[in-house]
Each structure stands twice: as structure tokens, then as C-alpha cells.
Design a binder for this molecule. Structure first.
Ligand SMILES: Nc1ncnc2c1ncn2[C@@H]1O[C@H](COP(=O)(O)OP(=O)(O)OP(=O)(O)O)[C@@H](O)[C@H]1O
Ligand SMILES: [Mg+2]
Length: 369
């Protein structure tokens, strides 16, 4: 095999070697960047289960914006994000200096500054005005400003409200601002039902799902054959199926297969290949499934366990019966679990797990691998 390094990235927030199946979404955003204001894609909310690729999409958006010369501020929703965003805007403005703004890449990630205060009233106005000034300068230059905010399910609601109000103001003035945020589905439903709404409700909602298994197989085939790695006939098909198209598992399986190939000098036999997949599935339990259910209440867990008897989607009526709950009560657990990104609707009156491995984990008595 070639001396290529293992390209797979089974790490949250790390861009994968091949970003499967996300082109259309990114294309819409990139198109928006060219028009720069008042169009689709510039204001977007990305949601989806854990490990489905939300943070990676934010990274991609940042990359595309930078390529087009946009300034970028990327933040995560820990306390004080609004103040950090305001500080970053100030830094960018300073960086541009007095002369005509240079057309160059400006990226600031203020994460780690450790500001824990909210923005006082006068600084909010200052931020709005300063931001508008910055946006006018960027506008003259044919670019704009992208702000990304990750993990919005954890965002302090009043900070988010303030940020939304400021951005809304800039949008109304036709300034070149793009705001793309990401979080668990819970974020959407609460936030959109609160005051932040009118503005964010108009944002594009991008609900990320697992990708097509066929595309996973093709991606594996491309990457492994480029490195001269060979598997038994039909194996990559099975490996792709084992991933369920779930992005984190795609990376885990690819990673362990690659490691196995390195050990075997490029050819992987049936036994080692199966072992690699098993190792990946086990790691998925520890890294994704365990943490995902750690916050579920006892009753939520009862609901999840009641589902585990089925091999495919579960009927919500059957689940209610199994857990001896009224339909009404079961519907509440169902809604909570959907918001937490643990299960999702699967057609009329049915639900299924959103995270692969969850069923097997529950069936195995919930031992962490
Ligand atoms: N389209 C894709 N194709 C292949 N792999 C992907 C894709 N999107 C993401 N990944 C991989 O999936 C893993 C999870 O991605 P990411 O961290 O973006 O998920 P997330 O939705 O932000 O998760 P969390 O909710 O825990 O923050 C990473 O290892 C990443 O490399
Ligand atoms: Mg993430």
C-alpha cells in the first residue's frame, strides 16, 4: 500500500476526508455569498442528531466565506458569546485600518477569551453601530461578514435574543451579513417558540440526516483503492451498511479499517476486516451513544428501552402500551426524545432511533464498551 496517512477523522468537529452528500446545501450558501444580502442560505439554522455533521458544515461555510474574502467570526454558545462576537468585530475593524479595506482573509475565533459577562446596554448599541460601519466597509469591498454560532441549544436565551436583534437590524439595512448557527433539534423548537423568533423563523432550516449507504460505499472504494488497499469481495458494501450512513460511524469504521490495512501491508482478510468494524461499533457506543443518553430521564429511558424490542421503527401506540403509559404521556416523552435528537418520526405513528448502535446498546443491558 502507499505511504498515505490514515485520512479518516473520527473526531467531533473535524472535517472528514470526503464530505459525503452535503453539496446541495453548501452550494445554496455559496450562491448566497455571491449575492451577499437578502437571499436564501445567508441565514441558516442547521440541526440534527449528535455526530451527524453540524459542526463540520459550519467549518465548511467558514471556508467558503473566507475563499470569497469574507470576514468570519466563529463562536460556540458558551456564556459570553455575544461579548466575544462584539470583540471580534472590533478586532476585524481595527485590522482593516483606515485605508481602503484590503481584500484579504480575516478570521477570528475568540473562543477561549473567557469573557463571561453579557453585553451591557451601551455596548450593545456600540456593537450594532460598529458592526454596521464594518459591514459598510466590507460591502464596498464586495465582501461581507459571516458569523457562525455552534451548539445553540446551550445558548443563553437573552444573549441570543440580543444577537438576533442586532443581526436583524443589519439585514434590514441590506448589509452583507450572514449568520449560520447549529444545534440539536431541541434548539430549534424552543428557540423558535420564544421571542427570538420572527427573525430566526425566517432562516433556512437545514435538517441534517445520515447519508446514503451507497455513497458511503463509493467513498470508501475511492479512498481505499487510491491507497492500494484491498478488501475481500463485497466487503466494502457491508462496511458501508454497518455505518448506516451515520457520519461519525463512517469515520470510525474507515479509521479502523485503514489501521488494519497498515498492519496487513495493504490487503485485509475477512477476519481482520470484521474485527475492525466491530471495534468501530464498540467505540461508537462509548463515544456517542453513552454520552447521548446520559441526560435522559428514567422515563425517557423507559421509552427508549420499550422501543428496543423492535428490529425497525416502533409504533408509538405499542411503545405506550409496553411502558404502561397513557398515549398522552407517551407522546410527551416522544416529543422530548425527538428534541434531544435521540429518536425521530418514521412515518405515521412510528418512531425510530436517530443514533445507530442505540438499540444494540439497550439490548445489551447498557454496558459501555
Ligand atoms: N458528510 C459527511 N461525510 C462523512 N463524514 C462526515 C460528514 N459530516 C461529518 N462527518 C464526520 O462525522 C463526525 C461528526 O461530525 P460533527 O462533529 O460535525 O457532528 P455534529 O453534528 O457537530 O455533532 P455534535 O452534535 O456532537 O456536535 C466527524 O468525525 C466528521 O468528520
Ligand atoms: Mg458539533
Amino acid at each position: 500500500m502507499s505511504g498515505l496517512q490514515n485520512p479518516f477523522r473520527p473526531t467531533f468537529g473535524r472535517t472528514p476526508p470526503e464530505l459525503i452528500d452535503r453539496n446541495d446545501t453548501l452550494e445554496e450558501f455559496e450562491y448566497g455569498l455571491r449575492i451577499r444580502s437578502g437571499v436564501l442560505g445567508l441565514l441558516s439554522i442547521i440541526t440534527g442528531a449528535r455526530g451527524v455533521g453540524k459542526t463540520v458544515m459550519l467549518n465548511e461555510a467558514q471556508g467558503l466565506a473566507q475563499e470569497q474574502g469574507w470576514a468570519v467570526i466563529s463562536e460556540t454558545s458558551t456564556a459570553g458569546f455575544l461579548a466575544r462576537i462584539a470583540d471580534s468585530a472590533l478586532l476585524i475593524d481595527e485590522e482593516l485600518g483606515d485605508g481602503p479595506p484590503p481584500r484579504k482573509i480575516l478570521a477570528f475565533s475568540a473562543a477561549g477569551f473567557g469573557v463571561t459577562t453579557q453585553l451591557p446596554r451601551e455596548r450593545q448599541v456600540e456593537f450594532r453601530n460598529l458592526g454596521a460601519k464594518l459591514l459598510h466597509r466590507l460591502d464596498e469591498n464586495g465582501t461581507g461578514l459571516l458569523i457562525t454560532l455552534d451548539e445553540i441549544q446551550d445558548a443563553d436565551r437573552s444573549e441570543l435574543l440580543q444577537l438576533a436583534a442586532v443581526i436583524q437590524h443589519w439585514v434590514r439595512d441590506g448589509l452583507p451579513i450572514s449568520f449560520v448557527c447549529a444545534g440539536l433539534p431541541a434548539a430549534i423548537s424552543d428557540i423558535l417558540n420564544e421571542g427570538v423568533a420572527t427573525f430566526l423563523r425566517r432562516a433556512d432550516k437545514i435538517d441534517l440526516h445520515s447519508v446514503e449507504v451507497r455513497d458511503v460505499r463509493d467513498s470508501y472504494a475511492r479512498q481505499f483503492s487510491a491507497a492500494g488497499i484491498r478488501f475481500p469481495d463485497g466487503f466494502l458494501e457491508e462496511a458501508a451498511e454497518a455505518s448506516f450512513g451515520y457520519p461519525f460511524l463512517i469515520q470510525l469504521i474507515g479509521y479502523f479499517l485503514w489501521k488494519e490495512a497498515e498492519r496487513g501491508g495493504g490487503a485485509v482478510d475477512r477476519e481482520s476486516a470484521d474485527k475492525a468494524v466491530a471495534a468501530a461499533l464498540k467505540r461508537n457506543i462509548r463515544m456517542v451513544v453513552g454520552p447521548a443518553i446520559s441526560k435522559a430521564s428514567d422515563r425517557d429511558m423507559d421509552y427508549l428501552r420499550a422501543m428496543s424490542r423492535d428490529n425497525g421503527p416502533s409504533s408509538t401506540a405499542a411503545v405506550a402500551q409496553r411502558m404502561k403509559a397513557s398515549l398522552q404521556l407517551a407522546a410527551n416523552y416522544r416529543a422530548r426524545l425527538i428534541e434531544a435528537g435521540l429518536i425521530e418520526p418514521a412515518g405515521r405513528g412510528e418512531v425510530r432511533y436517530s443514533i445507530p448502535g442505540l438499540r444494540e446498546h439497550l439490548r445489551n443491558g447498557e454496558r459501555l464498551g
